[in-house]
Design a protein around this ligand. Structure first.
Ligand code: KIV
Ligand code: NA
Length: 266
């Protein structure tokens, strides 16, 4: 499989091919997922919730993002590696935004960064792009704004909010972002935005007409079950498989069935 780049992702939209993205946080999973021709792996700051057990993504640090990006990078075969910029790593000044994005690229080995927000962070997005770092936007439900939204709710249901979101997306496109993740919005808005923009719109809870889809791997494998948004489809029940395996191990150790002859050195 050929290594996928930002250009691959851009071309896929032009060719009408759906883009596939999954989150990934470690070496072993990166190896498994990238063995299947996935287009992009996202080291999402969702790792704070699904891997570190925080209540939301706000405590995640740039160091956390770098640590997990390095692990994914070592296991990746062909996918484009995109890493989230965590809360407060890009909002304060354009200078800090570039410095943190640069660390994610140089130390982590990511090939692009993803940033939540629209026009209000445009100067930071431009500064990062000027530093030759590709950027993915993120609009709709932006989980780093959880305290502003008052929870994880579907966004842009009203006409006014939809107009604002489209303006944000157009501004990001004009600035030079190469794709936009669109989270938890009505499907008709996902369709409209995908038709309006020439860059790919990668949806998560934004309907079937987006140019691509992304899911959190722990959600779609049934590994993380503390809460499951409506937009998640469970493609496996790995959580149950783990519990079953652990139960069998405990039973066999206690009964003396494990280790048997074949797992024992003479
Ligand atoms: O952090 C994350 O996993 C994300 C995806 C849900 C798009 O940003
Ligand atoms: Na994220």
């Amino acid at each position: 499989m050929n290594k996928k780049t930002v250009s691959t992702i851009s071309k896929m939209k032009k060719d009408g091919q759906k883009i596939t993205m999954l989150t990934c946080y470690d070496y072993a999973m990166a190896k498994l997922v990238s063995s299947q021709d996935i287009d992009s792996l996202l080291i999402g700051d969702s790792l704070g919730v699904v891997k570190l057990g925080y209540e939301n993504t706000l405590p995640v640090t740039v160091d956390d993002m770098i640590y997990h990006t390095k692990a994914v990078k070592r296991g990746n075969a062909q996918a484009l590696i995109v890493t989230d910029m965590p809360f407060m790593s890009y909002e304060i000044t354009a200078c800090e935004a570039v410095r943190n994005a640069a660390r994610i690229i140089k130390e982590g080995g990511a090939e692009a960064v993803k940033i939540e927000g629209g026009i209000e962070i445009l100067d930071k997005v431009k500064a990062i792009l000027d530093a030759k770092i590709p950027v993915v936007g993120h609009l709709g439900l932006t989980p780093q704004a959880i305290n502003k939204f008052g929870g994880h709710k579907v966004q842009a249901r009203q006409d006014e909010a939809q107009k604002k979101l489209i303006e944000d997306a157009k501004a990001l496109e004009k600035a030079g972002v190469f794709a936009i993740v669109l989270e938890a919005v009505p499907a008709d808005l996902g369709k409209k935005l995908s038709e309006t923009l020439s860059i790919p719109v990668i949806g998560i809870g934004a309907g079937k007409d987006c140019d691509g889809q992304v899911l959190v791997i722990d959600d779609m494998l049934g590994m993380f079950t503390d809460f499951t948004p409506k937009f998640v489809k469970k493609y496996a029940n790995v959580g149950e498989t783990v519990k079953e395996a652990v139960k069998n191990y405990i039973d066999e150790v206690r009964s003396g069935k494990f280790p048997s002859q074949e797992n024992t050195y003479k």
